[in-house]
Ligand binder design. Structure first.
Ligand SMILES: [Zn+2]
Length: 109
């Protein structure tokens, strides 16, 4: 990576140019565990976590700290919460649906 002000090379992992002191907030200098995920990255993870069983196992692993990147971990954890809420809603709907059909079956008897 090169300084945007003076053009001198800046060692990897440094955020300040040693030559002129200019601050460089380059993505390349962000530690790997905090590297931002691109829109397509999030898109890819979303598709991955939607895969039945295999994706859900990966989601659980990532949410519990299997991912090195903090952004991936947080994304997996939030996705996991949505997933749980979704399952609860489906379970409630299913139980209500079963209840209604059971009641109708009783009435027709
Ligand atoms: Zn510089």
């Amino acid at each position: 990576m090169y300084c945007s002000k003076c053009g001198k090379e800046i060692p990897e992992g440094k955020n300040v140019c040693e030559n002129c002191g200019a601050k460089c907030n380059n993505v390349e200098n962000i530690p790997p565990e905090y590297k931002p995920i691109s829109m397509w990255g999030y898109f890819g993870y979303q598709i991955l976590f939607a895969i039945p069983i295999l994706g859900w196992i990966l989601l659980l692993i990532f949410a519990l700290g299997g991912a090195r990147n903090k952004n991936v971990r947080n994304f997996a954890a939030s996705y996991f919460c949505v997933f749980i809420i979704f399952i609860i809603i489906i379970a409630i709907c299913a139980s209500m649906g079963v209840g209604v059909s059971f009641f109708e079956a009783l009435k027709s008897m």
